[in-house]
Design a protein around this ligand. Structure first.
Ligand code: DSN
Length: 416
């Protein structure tokens, strides 16, 4: 980055320090990952210079010979990885992707039904503060107080009563596999379109270690940067019959020119996601999450739903006498980075809720296996038990740094 260093030393310094932070800390935020050096190179390429409103073979600007090739490759690779009829790779991220789906199929005031935000749903599934909750009539399903899991009979009754135009299956903090077949049956019974927001578990589906929602969903959205390990971006996938409506809703409906550097990086990520190495990666994500969950359970932590079936864990800290925010800050000081999170039926406020959420995708990318996950569980317990003790945080931070130095993250090997 010699040009950046010379021209803008302040930003250069921030990037250098962020590289170091990502290298030296254990990143447990369930939605984050490390992209490969190849994905990073595509992201930082000259493709950022080009405008390409429109789609392959039908653009509003000239000079698209290579952009068309890039976008066509991204689409074809994603179609192969997920086995879908149609893919739109242009959404800037998950929120615009979901908004485009709503624009394609809803009128203002129409009803949508999604998982409640405090129960693990996503902002864009109808939360009041989001455009999805302001422009549409949002109803929410909740989890069961005792099990922390979804009751499909209750969901069915609710759907039959509120008759949503779109039923949404997807989450950002639910550690269980959704029953897509059941969602399909409920959508059919109430006449809804089924949208699966697979942002969190798309990489697990691509890796073949999680049931695929593709046979059941009318439309699927996903970000490309979580378990899927691509650049920050998104895709919308759908059955052929919805292709024209989806494309029109993305452009010109909600967006202008696609971010071609991101499209290229998505293409690279889709090539990676189709490999055997990625299958092994996805399987290790699950083993790592389970190991961390078991370690924490054995140390008295209360995991919502009693464990995990995917890459993420949600922990209710009420029995530990510490709030989610306080715990997350103490852990960050100790080099263990995660986020505080509401738990179902939380009595605390969203900015300082009762829980923390963590995931295994990023640490698995740097090569952590079961032994390292057990060690992380021990560190989390130690820091939470001694959360006011800055000496403990400093000691753990040093141990974390030492461990990380032997597991260079993809693209950060030069820091070892
Ligand atoms: N903000 C993301 C997450 O952390 O789960 C979802 O978009």
């Amino acid at each position: 980055m010699k040009h950046l260093k010379q021209q803008d030393p302040e930003i250069y310094e921030c990037i250098q320090l962020e590289e170091l932070r990502q290298h030296e800390k254990v990143r447990l935020i369930a939605s984050e990952n490390y992209v490969s050096a190849a994905v990073m190179e595509a992201t930082g390429s000259v493709l950022t210079n080009k405008y390409s409103e429109g789609y392959v073979g039908k653009r509003y600007y000239e000079g698209q010979q290579l952009i068309d090739r890039v976008e066509a490759l991204a689409i074809e690779r994603a179609k192969t990885v997920f086995g879908v009829d149609h893919v739109n790779v242009q959404p800037y991220s998950g929120s615009p992707a979901n908004l485009s789906v709503f624009l394609a199929f809803l009128n203002p005031g129409d009803t949508i039904l999604g998982m409640a935000l405090p129960h693990g749903g996503h902002l864009t599934h109808g939360a009041k503060v989001s455009i999805s909750g302001k422009y549409f009539h949002a109803e929410f399903y909740s989890l069961e107080r005792e099990s922390g899991q979804l009751d499909y009979d209750k969901l069915r009754s609710q759907a039959l009563s509120c008759r949503p135009k779109i039923l949404i299956a997807g989450y950002s903090a639910y550690p269980r596999i959704l029953d897509f077949e059941r969602f399909r049956a409920i959508a059919d019974e109430c006449g809804a379109l089924l949208l699966v927001d697979m942002a969190h578990f798309a990489g697990l589906v691509a890796g073949g270690v999680h049931p695929s929602p593709v046979p059941y969903a009318d439309v699927l959205t996903t970000t490309t940067h979580k378990t899927l390990r691509g650049p920050r971006g998104a895709m919308i996938m759908c059955k052929a019959e919805h292709a024209a409506a989806i494309d029109k809703a993305v452009f010109p409906g909600t967006q202008g020119g696609p971010h071609n550097h991101t499209t290229a990086a998505i293409a690279v990520a889709m090539k990676e996601a189709g490999t055997d190495a990625f299958k092994q990666y996805a399987a290790q994500i699950l083993r790592n999450a389970k190991t961390l969950a078991d370690t924490l359970i054995s140390r008295g932590f209360n995991l919502v739903t009693g464990g995990t079936e995917n890459h993420l864990m949600l922990i209710d800290l009420t029995n530990k006498g510490i709030s989610g925010k306080t715990a997350a800050q103490a852990l960050d000081n100790a080099g263990l980075v995660l986020n505080c999170n509401a738990v179902p039926f939380d009595t605390r406020k969203p900015f300082d809720p009762s829980g923390i959420r963590m995931g295994s995708a990023a640490v698995t990318s740097r090569g952590f296996k079961e032994a390292q996950m057990e060690q992380i569980g021990v560190w989390i317990d130690t820091v939470i038990q001694n959360h006011t003790d800055t000496a403990v945080q400093a000691r753990v931070a040093a141990e974390v740094k030492e461990l990380c130095s032997t597991f260079p993250a993809p693209g950060l090997e030069h820091l070892v």
